[in-house]
Design a protein around this ligand. Structure first.
Ligand code: PML
Ligand code: MG
Length: 258
C-alpha cells in the first residue's frame, strides 16, 4: 500500500499473507492510510500480487538492542559512531545524517523510499532521488509475529513501527552488498530510529529528531560494483522474504549525555 496527499508521501506498508487473509489485510491498509499522523491520504494505491511459495526466502529476525538517549542530538552522535562501527566512512555517516535532516528529496522533503549510498565515497546511487529504493515483499510469519509481540510487550515496544522496521531492516541488511541501514521515522510524532547490520543487529535509538519534524527516512549503505547495483535493487524490491524465526529483544541501555 502507498498513500499520498498532494503528491506528499503519507504512508506505505507491505505484507506477505495467505490468500484467505487478503480482504482483511487490505481493509487494514486502507484504515491506516486514512488515519495517519502525516495527514489523511488523498490517494491510496493497493497492489496485490500472487507469490509462488517456492520463491520465498526465509530469514531470522535481527536481535533488538534498545538504546535510550537523552536528546536527539545525542541520538545522532550515537548513530554516527554505530555506523562507523559498521565500517561506514565517518564523513559518509555525517553526510547521511545531514541528508535525512535536510530532507533527501530534491524538493527538501522526505523521499518515498530509501537512499542508496556508497559506504566509502558517499555517492548517491539510487536512480530516482524522489522515489528512492523501496524494500518490499517482506513480512513475519503468523507464529513469528505472535512470539515477537509478546517479547516486545515486556519492554513496552509492542507497536507497528517497531515490528515493521525490524522486519524491513532484517531483509535489507541480508541483501547482497548492503553494509548497514540507518533510519529515523518521517512521522512527526515518532522520534525513534535505528542503525542495523548483520554484525550489530538492530540498534534502536530512542530519539533522533525534534518533535513535529516530518523529515526522515532511510539510508541503505552499500559496497557494490556498478554492475551489481541492478541486482541489489531488484532483490530489495522484489525478492519475497518471510521471517519465521525471532531473535532476542534486549533490555534497554541508558546512555548518559556527555
Ligand atoms: C517508521 O515507522 O516511521 C520508522 C520507525 C523506525 C523506528 C522503529 C522503532 O524501533 O521504534
Ligand atoms: Mg512513516
Amino acid at each position: 500500500m502507498r498513500a499520498e496527499s498532494n503528491g506528499k508521501h503519507i504512508s506505505g506498508a507491505e505484507r506477505l499473507v495467505p490468500i484467505d487473509q487478503l480482504e482483511v489485510v487490505a481493509a487494514e491498509m486502507v484504515q491506516r492510510a486514512l488515519r495517519h499522523s502525516r495527514g489523511r491520504a488523498e490517494q491510496i494505491n493497493i497492489s496485490v500480487e500472487e507469490i509462488a511459495p517456492a520463491a520465498l526466502q526465509f530469514g531470522c529476525l535481527l536481535d533488538l538492542h534498545n538504546n535510550q538517549v537523552q536528546s536527539w542530538q545525542q541520538g545522532r552522535e550515537l548513530a554516527k559512531e554505530m555506523l562507523v562501527n559498521c565500517t561506514v566512512n565517518r564523513k559518509v555517516a555525517e553526510l547521511a545524517i545531514k541528508l535525512l535532516a535536510d530532507g533527501a528529496a530534491p524538493n527538501g522533503q522526505s523521499m518515498r523510499g530509501a537512499m542508496l549510498i556508497d559506504a566509502d565515497s558517499g555517492q548517491r546511487l539510487e536512480a530516482d532521488l524522489t522515489r528512492g529504493v523501496r524494500a518490499s515483499r517482506m513480512d513475519l510469519s503468523a507464529d513469528a509475529l505472535l512470539q515477537l509481540r509478546s517479547l516486545l510487550a515486556v519492554h513496552g515496544l509492542d507497536n507497528a513501527h517497531v515490528i515493521e522496521a525490524l522486519t524491513l531492516a532484517t531483509k535489507v541488511v541480508h541483501a547482497p552488498t548492503v553494509v548497514a541501514e540507518f533510519c529515523w521515522s518521517d512521522d512527526p510524532d515518532y522520534l525513534a530510529g535505528y542503525v542495523a547490520s548483520v554484525k550489530t543487529g538492530y540498534q534502536r535509538i530512542s530519539w533522533l529528531k525534534p518533535m513535529g519534524e516530518e523529515r526522515g527516512g532511510r539510508v541503505f549503505f552499500v559496497r557494490s560494483s556498478k554492475e551489481r547495483l541492478g541486482y541489489l535493487v531488484a532483490w530489495l524490491e522484489r525478492q519475497p522474504y518471510l521471517i519465521n524465526r525471532v531473535g532476542q529483544i534486549n533490555p534497554p541501555r541508558f546512555w548518559e549525555e556527555i
